[in-house]
Design a protein around this ligand. Sequence first.
Ligand SMILES: [Zn+2]
Length: 285
Amino acid sequence: MRTYTKDYLKQVQALKDEIENADAIVIGAGAGMSTSAGMIYDGERFHKYFQDFINQYGFEDMYSGGFYPFDTLEEYWAYWSRYIYINRYMDAPKPVYENLLRLVEDKDYFVLTTNVDHCFQKAGFDKHRLFYTQGDYGLWQCSVPCHQKTYDNKEIVLRMVEEQKDGRVPTELIPHCPVCGRPMTMNLRADSTFVEDEGWHIASERYTEFLCRHKNGKVLFLEFGTGINTPGIIKFSFWRMVYDWPDALYACINLKEAYAPEEIRKKSICIWADIGEVLERMGHE
Ligand SMILES: [Zn+2]
């Protein structure tokens, strides 16, 4: 059981005040946000849904299973369809995203996220205020890609989950590109084949426009659970803007590491704690 110090409670209250006082809030969310919401990719949750694959292939967690070179597309999609279903179409176990929405829904906010699990939209965030930079488990694209378009996968994924047997999906469910006929793949940024479709570009423009509109206002950059894998997208760009903009403030809530560089420390609130706990506390006080 963790005990909370006076400093911690003061910081949480200070952050709550800043949320209330801000003209605009830019939310940046990384993997730690979903981890706090119970989207865990190993341990109990992994065993609960993937015991048959663990027995057959010896996988240790969901991520590494996703990189396994399956012999056939029938096996590949048996694994991936279940992975997509659990992490994209089922609700997150804990209401962390919902609690964040309650705090900011009356504010002028925008969300930038490297998460691909759709949790913001599932929790009811306005989709016109979201920019998913790294893709979406709910979208497929041509594996080449021969054209810059993405396709909703829900209907086929549900059938794959339902109809898979002995670790294989029926051959007729394997998705192929409607243009060139080659296999489809996930719309996830892994290399230069990632498709940035029309929706991606519109969201990107909306984000840029939001920043332009607010750069001289009282802006709170609110960062949740951003790791060290892709710091350039959220963390470094937030630090830069807080440094450059006259009335901007940086807040970081992270269970692994909450930190701000010396140059902006006086404009920062860093809370080294579980995101879900902090949000719940702010909702009650
Ligand atoms: Zn194609």
